[in-house]
Design a protein around this ligand. Sequence first.
Ligand code: ZN
Length: 217
Amino acid sequence: MNIFEEVKARVSARHVAENYGLKVGRNGMACCPFHNDKYPSMKIDDSHYHCFGCGAHGDAIGFVASMFGLGQYEAACRINEDFNLGICVDASISEAEQAEISRQIRKKKKITEIKDRFGIWKKTKTDDLLECERLIEKAEKAVMDSPDPHVVVITGSFVYLMHIKAIVGYWLDILCFGTEEETKEFFMTNGKEVDRIVANIKRAGNDILGRCRKAVG
Ligand SMILES: [Zn+2]
């Protein structure tokens, strides 16, 4: 028997749930801890729990996993410890289970890596766009201060900057204040576009600053 089978053979789902605070009535009904349950809609017996309200369903190990946000293996170990079942854990894990556990660990690591990469991307693009925003402001000011602003204002670069200014502001809002969902969506749809626009803004901004300098000089 592996640890999962052994745990379930030794303690009932109901006994486990009650140990972690679930109040079960004589009819085997309890208020579901997995949704906002006013009247008991969870049925729990020796082997399983089932909620007629939210559909939560599982065995003793599943209950503990959901309750404490654990993986199946961690939940089984927790029951083993909390109930002093004394199941020898290492010996009870089969090779397939070991493989599954390391697969889960690799998956978690991978997700963390992706999250880290995304965080770096977000930080870099925010910095780039902030720099663009400053450059646009600087260009605008240079035009205002220029002895002959009209000459600069009619150039394509200035028209472009005035048009793109709002987009930069909007993107910065998403990157700085957006929810995780919104920033991810932004990454998916505009990820490549950002680099192109940043390059265009730098080119246009420097073009304007150059023209302004020439006008002064
Ligand atoms: Zn429920």
